[in-house]
Ligand binder design. Structure first.
Ligand code: S3P
Ligand code: PEP
Length: 430
């Protein structure tokens, strides 16, 4: 399904933020890895959260759900034998479950998104699992992937963090369950380091002890631990909300988003600081971000690695800023649902934006007068490209058609409903 985004000068109203994708994934995972009954309040509902629900159920967890919560009876360190798992297009779910699959004799992860997740590399995790004696069959580091685990013991593991933090997080979820203590050393660099903070926070809530160096480049993980069954409450999601906040910033607006905790470990809460740096009038108090946009923005320079899933929304805001913005240290955007530098900038250019690509940077020459629009956008299977191009469409002179915009449901199925509730002229077309 496609969406038409028409120019919309003003947005007004209040919404509650969607629930966090990253915390929902993690809470469902640690609930499954415990042997008791855990309750997760306000889980996200999206394709990615459906993927982890489906896979942990296949692995033997028992899930019951109502409007506000999901109750999970976990399988502990003994997942049920299952031949195949289908994670859809969910990268974090795949990587975390590749590690969990090391507890099973043989599991194959199938390739249902050959043009998106099917292109993403997992070599660094495959190598690390190999050090634990886990045999991995793969297609040049990509799906389909078969894991033959059994009983890895633990020990010394090295893992590169240069492409994704998800490989390290995956090992941090697995190693506490192993017989021996483990020592994990991160090689090269660690991208999306802040997200590892979310992993450590959730592990601690689940009663797991991990000794982490301050820089997160080495970890000591005692073995033979047990995940405790707990109650968890999922906080609001900054990456998805960042797109709505960017939309409010580029229009004349009076928009409030509730349920966005000031103290969150989500790096993407930096959207608030970046919009402030861009001189967008806003406040952030008691979990509510209130934007009173006047459509005027100033260019910024920002280290995007600190807020990886909000960079595309920030770039969309910068398209209308006065001056040239620079988002640096963002090379790993290339290894997401699409190449979020080359593919995203190609679509922005088509919409009339003036942007330049570097290997690890996005440069935006702002156009406060607006962009032309009037074209059809390829979504590249990427929810964040869809959300960000929508922001641009609201301030383009001619409508934008976003092809296959239904892929927004990977993380934020209600995105267009939320925008419409705020007065945006967005419409689904077959
Ligand atoms: O651990 C996680 O849940 C995630 C880590 C990040 O990926 P990278 O570490 O690959 O940057 C982020 O982009 C993704 O949406 C979710
Ligand atoms: C990159 C993302 O997700 P994942 O890596 O989990 O597919 C994202 O949500 O933007």
């Amino acid at each position: 399904m496609d969406v038409i985004v028409r120019p919309t000068p003003t947005l007004q109203g209040e919404i509650g933020a969607l629930s966090s994708k990253n915390y929902t994934t993690r809470y469902l995972l640690v609930a499954a890895l415990s042997e008791g009954v855990s309750t997760i309040y306000h889980p996200a509902h999206s394709e990615d959260s459906d993927a982890i629900r489906r896979c942990i159920a296949d692995l033997g967890a028992v899930l019951t759900e109502d409007e506000e919560k999901i109750v999970v009876q976990g399988f502990g360190r003994q997942p049920r034998n299952v031949k195949e798992l289908n994670v859809g297009n969910a990268g974090a779910v795949l990587r975390f479950l590749m590690a969990v699959a090391a507890l099973s004799p043989e599991v194959t992860f199938v390739n249902t998104y050959p043009d998106s997740l099917g292109k993403r590399p997992h070599d660094d995790l495959i190598k690390a699992l190999g050090q634990l004696g886990v045999e991995v069959e793969h297609n040049e580091g990509r799906l389909p992937i078969t894991i033959r685990g059994g009983k890895p013991a633990g020990g010394r593991i090295t893992v590169s963090g240069a492409v994704s933090s998800q490989f390290l997080s995956a090992l941090l979820f697995l190693t506490p369950l192993l017989e021996e203590d483990s020592e994990i050393t991160v090689l090269d660099d660690l991208k999306s380091k802040v997200v590892v903070g979310q992993t450590l926070e959730v592990l601690e809530q689940a009663g797991i002890v991990v000794h982490a160096a301050d820089d997160y480049m080495s970890f000591k993980v005692p073995g033979r631990q047990a995940y405790k069954a707990q109650s968890y409450t999922v906080q609001g999601d900054y990456p998805g909300s960042a797109a709505v906040l960017a939309a409010a910033a580029v229009t004349g607006s009076d928009v409030k988003i509730h349920r966005l905790a000031e103290k969150s470990k989500q790096g993407e809460r930096a959207i608030v600081d970046v919009l402030r740096m861009m001189e967008v009038p806003l406040t952030h108090e008691d979990g509510t971000v209130h934007v009173q946009g006047n459509g005027k923005l100033k260019a910024v320079e920002f280290d995007g690695d600190a807020a990886t899933d909000a960079v595309l929304a920030m770039v969309a805001a910068a398209v209308f800023a006065e001056g040239t913005s620079r988002f640096y240290n963002v090379e790993n955007l290339r290894y997401k649902e699409c190449d979020r530098i080359t593919d995203y900038l190609a679509e922005l250019t088509r919409a009339g934006a003036k942007v330049e690509e570097r290997p690890d940077e996005i440069i935006v020459h702002g156009q406060p007068e607006g962009v032309e629009g009037g074209v059809t956008i390829n979504a590249h299977y990427d929810h964040r490209v869809i959300m960000a191009l929508t922001v641009v469409g609201l301030r383009a002179r001619q409508p934008l058609v976003i092809k296959d915009a239904h892929h927004v449901a990977k993380s934020y199925p209600q995105y267009f409903d939320h925008l419409r509730a705020l007065g945006a002229d967005v419409e689904w077309v077959e």
